[in-house]
Design a protein around this ligand. Structure first.
Ligand SMILES: Nc1ncnc2c1ncn2[C@@H]1O[C@H](COP(=O)(O)OP(=O)(O)OP(=O)(O)O)[C@@H](O)[C@H]1O
Ligand SMILES: [Mg+2]
Length: 256
């Protein structure tokens, strides 16, 4: 039995060891393949247990702090402690630069993504459905099939009409996120998959709660600008600034 603490393991073996609990709990029967390795995490395609109601599941395994460098996430962390229910010991650890502090921050980053996926998936947003989170690994619905994972939006081509439909769907999601007090905050065409003619938005560890983050409006503006720039390539004109201020005004008014 492989244990995550065994230092002689290769990176791949160590990441796979974090998926084992999903198998032990009976959510998956085996790991089929490694799909992608991003800056922060590696994604594996897994065969789902027949009882799970899924055929395939994706396991996103974050590389623990000793296997990677942290991206500067200070801007996203602001207000998160107030929003969550972290206990005082965790809060003190988060403030420090100790190993325990980095570990607490890392765990918070992972569970923040799992919780956000749960909230938004329940709200009916176009995001993967999370099944479970154990340590640095999140098990969620797999977007794609046995042949291939869904491609990301970046690099795909659309005609103008398709791009307009895509734009409506993405803005609908941004609005839905906002209604649930969330801004993605890294909504680039790299973090949007496209499958069966629909977008699926992924990668939420940096998502912010606009009630507690003073840069929320700028983060929202950037998300909407990236969408506008993408559809702009296909001839769709879109006033991202106006949309941002409309959405933001409506959000603020609804809250007052
Ligand atoms: N649920 C999923 N189903 C299928 N493929 C997925 C799923 N989640 C992620 N992927 C694939 O894995 C890639 C990386 O995922 P994600 O963006 O969540 O991780 P990341 O480490 O933050 O990556 P990056 O640093 O490149 O943004 C995605 O671009 C996508 O190709
Ligand atoms: Mg990503």
């Amino acid at each position: 039995m492989i244990t995550p603490k065994d230092e002689k393991l290769t990176v791949e073996q160590r990441l796979l060891s974090y998926i084992e609990p999903f198998q032990e709990h009976g959510w998956i029967t085996r790991v089929i393949a490694q799909v992608k390795s991003g800056k922060e995490a590696t994604i594996f395609c897994c065969e789902a247990h027949p009882d799970s109601g899924h055929h395939l599941l994706a396991a996103k395994v974050y590389r623990p702090y000793d296997m990677r460098s942290f991206k500067n996430d200070a801007v996203y962390q602001r207000g998160r402690q107030r929003a969550g229910k972290a206990d005082m010991r965790t809060l003190r650890a988060l403030e420090g630069k100790s190993k325990g502090g980095r570990n607490a921050k890392f765990q918070q980053w992972v569970s923040h993504e799992a919780k956000t996926l749960k909230l938004l998936s329940r709200a009916g947003a176009d995001v993967p459905q999370p099944i479970a989170q154990i340590g640095p690994a999140i098990l969620m619905s797999y977007i794609g099939d046995e042949e291939r994972p869904a491609p990301m939006l970046y690099g795909l081509l659309f005609d103008r009409h398709e791009a307009e439909i895509l734009l409506d769907r993405l803005i609908h999601n941004v609005e839905l996120f906002l209604r649930h007090h969330r801004i993605h905050a890294d909504l680039s065409p790299y973090n949007i998959l496209y499958w069966e003619d629909k977008p699926v938005i992924i990668d939420f560890p940096q998502a912010v709660d606009p009630r507690f983050n003073e840069t929320a409006e700028q983060l929202l503006a950037r998300d909407i600008r990236y969408i506008a720039e993408f559809v702009g390539e296909f001839g769709v004109e879109y006033d991202a600034e106006r949309m941002t201020s409309d959405l933001w005004r409506r959000y603020r008014t609804a809250r007052l």
